[in-house]
Ligand binder design. Structure first.
Ligand SMILES: Cc1cc2nc3c(=O)[nH]c(=O)nc-3n(C[C@H](O)[C@H](O)[C@H](O)COP(=O)(O)O)c2cc1C
Length: 214
């Protein structure tokens, strides 16, 4: 039976949701996990995990970040440099990518401190993560506040160059999906009747049926 949830269920009231809306936990829609890299003003590498993002294809290939904090190094360095790389890690290197959250001081070289390799992008002034199977070299295009005075913004960047491991774009080899492919953030799904929250999980994608077999 389907149930409707328009107002915040009582079980969520007073619960620490770390700035997230209760609806986020009820729907818990998985979103792709990436590491955005750029240079800070001191030349050190910045690495920021992002997962609220999508892509637009009609008039070129663009990434729309839905929820970028205005007070983080990612926002600051992209505004200064106008360049960034979107790196796609596979599960084996995700713990290293996650460690960038702990090594997040202005003077930290965040890619190197995570035990990953920084290499200069070919087309924009930003570092890319060598161990990631896909790097999208991008230029900043525009931003907009989601709501007036919000401390998060929606940011649009244009993909200028695609750098991809051949084993991943060949679906007969590793391919893009399954255990070694794209990662998804499954952000603590919660039961709106009991308030019970599950752990946050790292997800992968499994192909189930060809479109021509539907
Ligand atoms: C799985 C995951 C997804 C995240 N997604 C976002 C996001 O979409 N937007 C955001 O502003 N922060 C996001 N964060 C938080 C930032 O990665 C974190 O605050 C980071 O330390 C900010 O780094 P910076 O100061 O270098 O920008 C996410 C964190 C995790 C663990």
């Amino acid at each position: 039976m389907k149930k409707e949830f328009k107002n915040c269920p009582a079980c969520f009231e007073g619960k620490e949701l770390y700035g997230f809306d209760w609806k986020e936990h009820v729907v818990a829609i998985p979103s792709p996990l990436v590491v955005v890299t750029s240079y800070k003003a001191n030349g050190k590498t910045n690495a920021t995990l992002q997962s609220w993002l999508t892509f637009s294809n009609s008039d070129g290939f663009y990434c729309i970040f839905a929820d970028v904090s205005k007070y983080g190094h990612m926002y600051q360095s992209i505004k200064e440099q106008k360049s960034l790389v979107i790196n796609f890690p596979s599960a084996d290197i995700y713990p290293k990518c996650y460690s960038t959250i702990a090594n997040n001081q202005y003077d930290d070289a965040e890619i190197e401190m995570a035990g990953l390799t920084a290499e200069e992008a070919s087309t924009v002034h930003a570092p890319r993560i060598k161990e990631c199977f896909l790097n999208l070299e991008c230029e900043y295009v525009w931003e907009k506040e989601l709501t007036p005075d919000s401390y998060h913004i929606v940011m649009c960047v244009k993909v200028i160059n695609v750098v991809m491991d051949e084993e991943y774009y060949n679906e007969q080899k590793k391919g893009r999906y399954g255990n070694t492919g794209y990662l998804y953030n499954i952000h603590s799904p919660a039961n709106p009747e009991t308030g019970k929250e599950e752990d946050t999980y790292l997800g992968i994608l499994k192909k189930i049926k060809r479109y021509r077999e539907l």
